[in-house]
Design a protein around this ligand. Sequence first.
Ligand code: ZN
Length: 416
Amino acid sequence: MSGKADPRGTGEGSTPASVTRTRLDRGRGVLGPALELVHTGRAPTRAVLTAELGVTRATAGAVAAELEALGLIRVDARPGAAAGSQGRPSHRLAVAEDGPVALAAQVHADGFRAALVGLGGRIVATAPGCEVVDADPAKVLGSVVEAGADLLRATGRRCVGAGLAVPSAVAEPAGLALNPLHLAWPAGAPVREIFAEQVRAAGIDGPVFTANDVNLAALAEHRHGAGRGARHLLCVATGHRGVGGALVLDGRLHRGSSGLALEVGHLTVNPEGRPCYCGSRGCLDVEADPLAFLTAAGREPGPEVSLLQQADDLIRGHYADPAVRTATEALIDRLGLGLAGLVNILNPDRIILGGLHRTLLGADPDRLRAVVADRSLWGQSGGVPILPCTLDHNSLVGAAELAWQPVLDDPLAVLG
Ligand SMILES: [Zn+2]
């Protein structure tokens, strides 16, 4: 292998077309795995790709060239690239900066956000929208798709599909928003179908997906953020309102039999606590979310910015205030109690926290880790790493991951 295979895979130069084609035929089955390795940053060079795939250098070269020809990755053969496995300079691999994108959409308690997300979890463009979420899901989903369509027109990018993150469990296989507790939507609204109608009406092609926002955050963090390399990843996070959880097992979201697994918001962490929207009392959802924090700190929520932003600002800017500190500690203790129960049941190898919970961890990491260790069997025998989520807009990136998945499974079938 010359190490100079033509990047278009047409066989010009030292490698005849028939030879390249044969190598690619052998490599077709690894095109998807190869793309996923570059997508998740685990194959920064062709030498690493070769080793990770367990194929010959020639096959890896043909596979990289094909992915480049599809406009998905960039192969950089300039001298000075990082050393390969045999000490020789290896071609650098990166996702194509001008490649296709997925349309990602998120609806939350205070409005929506649309984004275009490329491979590598890179947000190419984003547009927030603030509005009272109408009781008719078609209204806000129409707004967010319109914002996404504007971004597509402005950038001229090819779109591979669309994904939507919602603050509700999404029942499978029908794609129903089962418990949109903090939106005015009717329980059981067919959000995937409505989203798909809006996407089609906007003239956008490709498959359409919908899932719970914290599930999607966990998926994104596993591929591109604080969850990378974890095999049993537990994610717990607040949105603008409420608390959600997710579990990623060996790289796959654990959804349960009908998409409703890990509804951790309704774990009881304070039996005498406030009534919950679910009919119970003292759930994590109402005891450890932004509104619970503001209430515990004796602050009246204002209308200017989201409750999440107000709670974050209070902890980051006024931690010396005894009322803020006491409220922070109370929420850390409730969160820790919930996490300890989950650790005992799930035995994760890493916990990542998002939304307000990330801020609580940052305010007093030792206290949170101590509560979890104290209350959990496994915590006492070594401690589960508890880390902050690291991606901006991880639910949006996760929504895009769903839309990218068919391409990751078989790039040639979708784009060839
Ligand atoms: Zn509840």
